[in-house]
Design a protein around this ligand. Structure first.
Ligand SMILES: C[S@@+](CC[C@H](N)C(=O)[O-])C[C@H]1O[C@@H](n2cnc3c(N)ncnc32)[C@H](O)[C@@H]1O
Length: 415
């Protein structure tokens, strides 16, 4: 058996890709062969200089620039996320060979993978707002021998190479909106892959251009550093207890006095009363809840210490749908396991705790009754009249109107 200390970059890379393939399989996804080949080819260590070789092949993002506050501004993205997003792009376009690609947010690693994937007949442009990142990415690309990637510094909220169209725009920074430039720079049928925040929750959406609208082909759970420049949006975290926060989206305001001590009040619980087998896919339940609980919707996040201390028990510590209404906080709780099956529940604190927990659980049952539907996202220009929108939940942003549509899988009314 080979110990990790004796492995070369190539051996570590192969081990990383083996783990990625297994991770895809566990999520019910397929690692496309050409993505796998590209990831076995590009030496990630050349894009993380200064990092020990083993760490270059861990399945995590490597932060390359932070604000003095500690907030990450730039990173070399996590391999699993890169693999999933490249897979989304390739699936939506039916392959990447010969495609022209714009990558928004540089680091060099993903651009090299794209370069491998598009081949000699394709092209890759990568753009970043930050001159330090551009400088670093250019050097890394040169060191790795990828001298045919165009590297530009610009705020990619706006057209990057005016007059050019791309088959694929892959955004590697967290966005709150879809500016017109992203749609307009796509060829008809071209694909935008973008980590987009809707209802406070980020998913990587693969959206195909159909005239003036973009329609989703797939989505994946993800997290990214936030967009800077003209497309920046505000996210604030409001403390509700030690290590527990409400994540507030652009334009959301909550009086801190209204939530003080709320989690110290007695807890009410409600359960859906279902018995679901392990590996039931719940990834779309949170978006369903967010669209159903729009009034008073907030997203709750918690640090591990607060969970261990029993202050909260959220379904997911990095972002659980919650409501704050009538002085009452309700959130989707962790699962309740009995033998080999689990139930879905809600915890609530405040004067209307029982009602609020019960309401949330009703929406969970409705999602199950509708056959666990996945949403389709349609992005239209901000001026699109109501009559042009598909059925669904509408979310108006600065530049676009987003519509999330859930179509029931077996029964129920899931518009
Ligand atoms: C996660 S990093 C990119 C990772 C990279 N694609 C890789 O190969 O791993 C996100 C980058 O987006 C950049 N960025 C943020 N806002 C931007 C904007 N408006 N236009 C272009 N780049 C932006 C940041 O400077 C940061 O370097």
């Amino acid at each position: 058996m080979v110990s990790i200390g004796t492995l070369s970059g190539e051996g570590l890379r192969d081990a990383m890709v083996d783990r990625l393939a297994a991770d895809h399989q566990a999520k019910g996804l397929v690692l496309r062969p050409e993505v796998e080949t590209a990831m076995r080819t590009v030496p990630r260590e050349l894009f993380t200089p200064g990092l020990p070789l083993e760490e270059a092949y861990e399945n995590t993002a490597v932060v390359t620039k932070r604000l003095p506050s500690g907030e990450s501004l730039s990173s070399v993205s996590a391999p699993f996320l890169i693999a999933e997003m490249l897979g989304q792009a390739a699936d939506a376009l039916g392959g990447l060979t010969g495609r022209s690609v714009l990558e928004i947010g540089s680091g060099g690693y993903n651009a090299s993978l794209l370069r491998e994937l598009v081949g000699a007949a394709g092209s890759v442009t990568t753009v970043d707002i930050d001159p330090d990142v551009i400088d670093r990415a250019s050097k890394c690309l040169a060191a790795a021998g990828y001298d045919d990637v165009t590297v530009l510094r610009a705020d990619a909220e706006h057209p990057v190479e005016p007059g050019r169209r791309y088959d694929l725009i892959i955004v590697t920074v967290g966005a709150w909106d879809v500016p017109p430039a992203w749609r307009d720079q796509l060829t008809e049928g071209g694909v935008l892959v973008v980590p987009l925040r809707t209802f406070g929750m980020t998913r990587s959406w693969a959206l195909r251009r159909e005239g003036d609208r973009l329609v989703s082909q797939s989505h994946r759970l993800c997290g990214f550093v936030s967009m800077q420049g003209d497309g920046a949006s505000e996210i604030r975290h409001l403390d509700i207890a030690d290590g527990v926060h409400l994540r507030l989206d652009e334009g959301q305001h909550i009086d801190p006095a209204a939530i003080e001590g709320l989690l110290d009040l007695p807890r009410a619980e409600a359960w859906a009363g279902v018995a679901l087998p392990p590996r039931t896919n719940l990834s779309d339940l949170n978006l369903w809840l967010a669209t159903r609980l729009r009034e008073g919707l907030v997203v709750l996040t918690a640090q591990s210490e607060a969970i261990e201390a029993g202050t909260v028990a959220p379904s997911w510590q990095y972002g659980t749908p919650a409501t704050l209404q009538d002085g009452t906080l309700a959130y989707r709780s962790k699962l309740s396991w009995t033998d080999r099956v689990f139930d879905l529940g809600s915890y609530a604190h405040g004067p209307q705790a029982e009602v609020a927990a019960g309401r949330m659980v009703e929406h969970m049952r409705a999602w199950l009754d509708a056959g666990n539907p996945a949403p389709v996202l349609t992005v239209l220009p901000a001026h699109a009249p109501d009559g042009d929108l598909p059925n669904g939940m509408v979310l108006d942003k600065r530049h676009s109107r987003l519509v999330l549509t859930f179509t029931p899988n077996k029964k129920g009314n899931a518009a």
